[in-house]
Ligand binder design. Structure first.
Ligand SMILES: NC(=O)c1ccc[n+]([C@@H]2O[C@H](COP(=O)([O-])OP(=O)(O)OC[C@H]3O[C@@H](n4cnc5c(N)ncnc54)[C@H](OP(=O)(O)O)[C@@H]3O)[C@@H](O)[C@H]2O)c1
Length: 271
């Protein structure tokens, strides 16, 4: 299959209300003329983005307000996104983190983290993969994972574990569906300058990683470029590609120790 062509086609993006998802929506509308299906919980943010994209680029935009922690909302997204329009691509980007000691995560937050990052992403990937295989329109799915999923990450232990699942699942699914008319890409960025980075301790004044945060619009451009080229697994930018390589070849205990040292200084102070 040649490169993907998003022009005049419908692309769904979860987590489109801020950060990377919002910038990927802008990039797809501006540079590729794609029609968009935007998904997130914050209705006003989606309305604002819809207005901006329709006015500036003349593309069609629809919104689905949905909470990825709720199985019935995930079902509704599958139903609404595939009714009345032919979907060409789905970017499964919604995600949350918990920054702090692993033992201190409240059960409700752990459940929300697993449901959002892992369960909803997997269910949407499977449903859209079946849909795209039936259509044979040359489209594909991109899972937004993280370099944090390559090795253990102290103080974001549960988050990194969900991303390890996605890295593994995405690449396995890509292999299972090879030659079946649908592309499965897994995108694994490092630190990006978004609301999530603020929550993950990276932007705290003492964090040495702050200088390595990638602007969200640059990360979005690289994400769409790799997806378009049908890359199976990719990491944006030389710094995080090197980080990914080291994480793969170094002993996991050593990587965890080093990452723990970096993040420990940024932990929220206990009241
Ligand atoms: N920032 C980083 O350093 C970094 C690094 C590597 C990978 N990533 C990955 O990149 C993706 C985007 O993150 P970001 O950095 O752009 O963070 P962000 O600005 O916090 O955006 C997260 C998006 O996910 C949506 N979301 C969260 N919980 C949801 C739920 N229960 N239901 C529906 N939507 C939900 C949010 O929308 P609502 O709140 O409106 O629902 C928002 O649009 C995530 O998968 C993240 O793991 C981020």
């Amino acid at each position: 299959m040649g490169a993907m062509d998003f022009r005049g086609r419908h692309v769904l993006i979860t987590g489109a209300s801020s950060g990377l998802g919002l910038e990927m929506a802008r990039e797809l509308a501006r540079a590729h003329g794609a029609h968009l299906v935007l998904v997130a919980r914050r209705r006003e943010r989606l309305e604002e983005l819809q207005g901006e994209l329709e006015r500036s680029y003349g593309v069609q935009v629809t919104r689905i307000v949905a909470d990825m922690t709720r199985a019935e909302d995930v079902d509704r997204v599958i139903d609404e996104a595939t009714r009345g329009q032919e979907l060409y691509a789905a970017i499964l980007n919604a995600g949350v983190t918990f920054f702090g000691h692993a033992l201190e995560i409240p059960d409700s937050e752990l459940r929300a983290l697993v449901e959002t990052n892992l369960m909803s992403t997997t269910r949407l990937a499977n449903a859209f993969a079946r849909y795209l295989m039936e259509r044979q329109n040359g489209g594909g799915i991109m899972l937004v994972s993280s370099v944090a999923g390559i090795s253990p990450l102290p103080y974001q232990a549960a988050y990194a574990a969900t991303k390890a699942f996605l890295n593994s699942y995405g690449q396995a699914l890509a292999e299972e569906l090879r030659g079946r008319g649908v592309t499965i890409s897994t995108f694994a960025p490092g630190g990006i300058d978004t609301e999530m980075a603020q929550k993950s301790g990276i932007t705290s004044s003492s964090s040495s990683l702050k200088a390595f945060l990638m602007p969200a619009d640059r990360c979005a451009r690289l994400a769409i470029e790799g997806f378009r080229a049908r890359k199976t697994f990719f990491v944006p930018g030389p710094f995080y590609r090197l980080t990914a390589l080291i994480s793969r070849v170094a002993p996991p205990g050593l990587v965890a120790w080093q990452a723990g040292n970096i993040y420990r200084g940024s932990l929220p102070k206990r009241g």
